[in-house]
Structure formats: C-alpha cells, structure tokens
Ligand binder design. Structure first.
Ligand code: SAM
Length: 329
C-alpha cells in the first residue's frame, strides 16, 4: 500500500485555454510573475516551482503535485483550466475538425466541452447534453469563462447546453443531420479517481476484515456495475444511430473491465457498422493499453492509472466502417 500511496502523489495538470492565450504566454507569466522555472526533463532533486510541457497533450502543462492554483488569476480569467491529464484524452483523440458538428453527450461540468471548443477554434457547433441541471449550470459558467462562444443560444454561438437525457435525443432530428463526432463520457463508478483510491488504500492498511455487511456491499457493487455497464452500452448504441456520425470516443474514470473492455466487447458483438480506430490514431505513444485478457483488440484501447501520474481512466474510439460500393472495389 505504501508504494501505491507514493504513486498517487500526482502532478497538477493545467490545460492552457488556447481560445484566450498560448502555452508560451502562460509559461512566460508563471516564470516572470510567479518565479517558476520551465524545465524540459523532470528534475527529481527539486521540483519546486517548476513547469514542463506534457509529452502527450499539446496544450497541457505539468506542475508539481499539490500546487494550489485554485485562486490563481489565470484560472479565474479562464486562461488556464485545471484538468487531469487522462481526462484530456477523449477530446484530443476525437479531434473534431474546424466547423464540425459535435455532440458532447454527457457534458457537465464541461471540461471536455471547452477542450472540444478549443480544438475547433471556436467554430462549428457543439450540443452539450446533461441530465443534471445544476451541473449544466456549471458547464455554462465554465465554458463562458473559457471564452467559448456559448450559452445565450443565439444563432452564432457554438455551444448549446441542453438539459436532457442523451437517450431522449432524436438522432433523426434534422438539426443533428451533420453531426460527425460524439464524445461520450457517461456516469461511471468513478473507481479510478485518485481520492477514491486513497480510500481503498486506507482500507488495505487497516486490514479490513470482510464482514457479512461488507459482503452485502460487494454484491450491491456488482449489481451497480451491471446497471452502469448496461446504461453505458445503451448510450453508445444510441450514438451509433446518428446518421452522419463517423467517430465516437467512449470514456470512463473506472478501473473495472465491466465498464471498459467488456462494454466495448459487447458493442463490437452487436454492431456491423462501427469498429475500433486503429492504435496509430489513438495516442500511439501511450504505452498502457486495454486489458488483452478481456479483448483481442485491446491494443486499440487506452487505460491510465496512478503509475502514469494520472487518474485511472479508459478511452475507446469507435469509427464508422468505410463502405465500398461494389463497382468501385
Ligand atoms: N464530460 C464531463 C466533463 O468532462 O466535465 C464529465 C461527465 S460526468 C463523468 C458524467 C455526466 O453524465 C454527469 O454530469 C451526469 O449528470 C451525466 N449523465 C448521466 N446520465 C445521462 C444521460 N442519460 N444523458 C445525459 N447526461 C447524463
């Protein structure tokens, strides 16, 4: 448990909001105003007051663990966004083109929505759905602070926040006719979130004996995972119904195969139209991939864990199969 505790001492990741500033400007600000040093390689002897660029996500900066930026001016003005590294993967992998039509199916509180908006350079259109009104209000505030053209629902705005279950969104509605990209980051067990891992570690350290009561909890955990995976499968199948969709990322912050590889396996079993994107399209330099005991194509999936200095996370990217017309083959 002690080793795990060390590995959960993760860096503070900061995504630069390129709608308002640039990575160079932010580094300059921290170096000139706040006395930071910018380093290329981690200096294990003294990490205090250092910043470096992340090697996988272009607009992401890495600060030492426990750096407190909650009331930093650049955060309050929307120039930077505190976002764990793994949670930047889905929008980066989806990478919608400029002017694209995109759905963020389970969007609140909106960190991935603003990331999509930044990748699209504030062009195109993003429909952001969520069933939780309060969380959607947070999305509105955060995307507004990030300078995404949004919220007031006029014609020119590119984020439309809608309080609705994605399962009740009609894929045949004309306004979604050109939706080519869907980001699907649904509710999950949250078992990969480091603060929850801490709880597990504490349980281990205290040598918790499994009592009858806890066994009961175990059973209900299994039932909960089953409910979640059925819901997650339904959402992906619903996303497949949008007539022009060609790329979908599915992500969870769960460590359980039930919500990850097994959901993907079930989906691949029932669809004739979608396949997993090739590994070379899904951050090829990221080494930790899906569990190949669960799925032959696990190399095409991404997993992360605290050993990678980030939360436990999972990403799959589905793409529509290219159809060949008989005479052109
Ligand atoms: N993508 C968000 C972000 O990066 O900030 C985090 C999403 S969170 C993991 C899952 C969200 O799914 C919650 O806000 C929850 O309210 C929402 N949700 C759950 N069921 C939903 C449904 N049927 N339709 C739309 N949203 C749903």
């Amino acid at each position: 448990p002690k080793d795990i505790r060390n590995s959960v001492n993760v860096p503070r990741f900061v995504r630069v909001n390129i709608l308002k500033t640039s990575v160079e400007e932010v580094i300059k600000h921290f170096c000139e105003q706040d006395g930071y040093r910018c380093i290329d390689e981690p200096d294990f002897t003294d990490l205090r007051q250092t910043i470096k660029r992340d090697v996988h996500i272009p607009d992401l900066l890495v600060f030492p663990p426990n750096t407190d930026l909650h009331d930093h001016g650049l955060l309050l003005s929307g120039h930077i966004i505190l976002q764990d590294k793994a949670s930047c993967f889905p929008a980066y992998i989806l990478s919608p083109s400029k002017d694209a039509h995109v759905i963020d199916a389970c969007a609140a509180p909106g960190n991935k929505t603003s990331h999509l908006s930044a990748i699209m350079e504030n062009t195109g259109k993003i429909w952001a759905f969520d069933i939780d009104r309060k969380r959607l209000d947070v999305l509105k505030a955060l995307t507004e602070r990030a300078g995404c053209k949004s919220i007031l629902l006029s014609e020119e705005e590119n984020i439309e926040a809608i309080h609705r279950s994605f399962l009740n969104v009609d894929p045949k509605d004309d306004k979604f006719a050109n939706v080519e990209y869907i980001l699907l980051d649904p509710s999950c067990s949250g078992s990969g979130i480091i603060s929850r891992l801490d709880y597990l570690i504490d349980s281990l350290e205290n040598n918790l004996v499994v009592s009858n009561k806890e066994q009961k909890t175990c059973y209900s955990k299994d039932a909960r995972l089953q409910n979640l995976s059925e819901f997650q499968t339904q959402l992906i199948l619903h996303a497949f119904k949008f007539p022009s969709v060609k790329k979908i990322t599915y992500s969870t912050c769960s460590i359980y195969a039930e919500e990850n590889e097994r959901v993907v396996k079930e989906i691949l079993h029932v669809t004739d139209d979608f396949v997993l994107a090739d590994r070379n399209k899904v951050i090829p330099s990221w080494e930790r991939r899906g569990d190949n005991n669960e799925l032959d194509e696990a190399q095409k999936l991404i997993r992360t864990c605290p050993e990678d200095s980030t939360n436990g996370f999972f990403v799959a990217c589905f793409v529509r199969k290219v159809k060949h017309c008989g005479s052109n083959i």
